[in-house]
Design a protein around this ligand. Structure first.
Ligand code: ZN
Length: 113
């Protein structure tokens, strides 16, 4: 049910923006989702179809940009792709990591008709 709440708030944001801009119909919603959020695009799409029914966003296409996880090592300050279950720095072996990408979850843009 994780995705349901997320989709609901996403839908609220989109509708609020659409109302402000006096949009008659939302055509496409571009979403950025970090892979570490565990959010599944198909689930969001499923809930979206349900939640958006009867609103300005009904029938809008969803587009997902998935962001792979990245980390920065606090010891040597290097940036690298974070592998699942491997939380050590490939450069110095340190394990004091800071997540810098992969937890994103936001509406990047809305396209209107
Ligand atoms: Zn390091």
């Amino acid at each position: 049910m994780h995705e349901f709440a997320i989709t609901q708030s996403m839908c609220d944001i989109v509708l609020e923006q659409a109302k402000k801009a006096r949009v008659k119909k939302v055509g496409k919603i571009n979403l950025v989702i970090g892979e570490m959020t565990g959010v599944v695009g198909d689930c969001v799409q499923f809930y979206f179809d349900f939640i958006s029914r009867g609103t300005l966003a009904e029938g809008a296409a969803l587009s997902f940009v998935m962001v792979p996880p990245k980390a920065r090592c606090r010891d040597c300050d290097k940036l690298f792709d974070l592998k699942e279950f491997d939380w050590t720095c490939p450069y110095c072996g340190g394990n004091s990591l800071q997540i810098v990408a992969g937890k994103e979850l936001f509406v990047e843009s809305i396209e209107v008709e």
